[in-house]
Design a protein around this ligand. Structure first.
Ligand code: ADP
Length: 255
């Protein structure tokens, strides 16, 4: 039996007086595809940002790929790990955001090669070879020399996926990656994610409002409300036979 690739144990996240995550625990197994669903403001994005080390935690314990994200002080309080450690941990995880965040003054190819060259010291020729494979995978090899402004939202998001994959992460995080897209562009992005899910053994965590996609994509669905996991289970159980009233109410509203 393999070990979880992510272990989140009793974490608390506060912004001033606001408690956003309230003693949250969850485990993710290697290769698992997880969908995080729930009302706006329930803390889903915050979890992804914490895993990506874009946010710290107020309390608790997180292990990724066998290593702690944060180091404990003797007194029990948390200190962020040093930069070298964070750097190493960040290479294990790729994240795709709602608003693409491509470098606007770099062409598509440079957007994908920049991180491997800068952070891994990869030679340009090797980084470009890999980038072209990834752009081919997302169906955009012919746009390698285009600038982001020349692309549609769906194309930009596919470049963002290729860019996140360029560091060969073990874990991919997707934060509402289709919510800023025009409806007719959603499917092309979802198709790339379907392909990734079926052709790779990457661990994938997805925050989404696309319930149909979550149903087809995920091995397990977690329903969040007010900083806690209220219910979790197989997609067919959560979507067809939710047990908790809060899950039922949420799904009635959204579907
Ligand atoms: P979700 O992804 O489920 O919509 P979020 O994780 O984005 O929820 O947000 C959870 C809560 O944390 C919300 O109430 C949000 O306003 C709050 N929040 C998120 N980021 C910050 C921040 N930087 N400062 C203060 N509050 C924040």
């Amino acid at each position: 039996m393999s070990q979880p690739i992510i272990r989140i144990d009793n974490i608390v996240k506060r912004y001033g007086p606001l408690t956003v995550l309230d003693g949250l625990s969850m485990e993710v197994m290697p290769g698992e595809k997880l969908a995080l669903i729930g009302p706006s403001g329930s803390g889903k994005t915050t979890i992804l940002r914490i895993l990506m080390t874009l946010e710290t935690i107020s309390d608790g314990f997180i292990q990724v790929d066998g290593e702690q994200l944060y180091h404990m002080k003797k007194a029990g309080s948390l200190v962020p790990a040093d930069e070298r450690h964070l750097h190493k941990m960040r290479e294990k995880i790729g994240m795709v955001f709602q608003h693409f965040n491509l470098f606007p003054h770099k062409c598509v190819l440079d957007n994908v090669t920049l991180a491997p060259m800068l952070t891994k010291g990869m030679a340009r020729a090797q980084a470009e070879k890999r980038a072209m494979e990834l752009l081919d995978m997302v169906g955009l090899a012919d746009k390698a020399k285009s600038m982001p402004a020349q692309l549609s939202g769906g194309q930009k998001q596919r470049v963002a996926i290729a860019r996140a994959l360029a560091l060969s992460p073990k874990i991919m995080l997707f934060d509402e990656v289709t919510s800023a897209l025009d409806p007719e562009l959603v499917e092309e992005v979802l198709n790339v994610m379907r392909k990734l899910a079926s052709e790779t053994d990457m661990t994938m965590l997805l925050v989404t409002h696309e319930m149909g996609f979550a149903h087809d994509f995920a091995d397990r669905v977690l329903f969040f409300d007010r900083g806690k996991i209220v219910e979790e289970g197989k997609p067919e159980d959560i979507f067809r036979h939710p047990k908790q009233e809060r899950t039922q109410t949420f799904l009635r509203k959204i579907i």
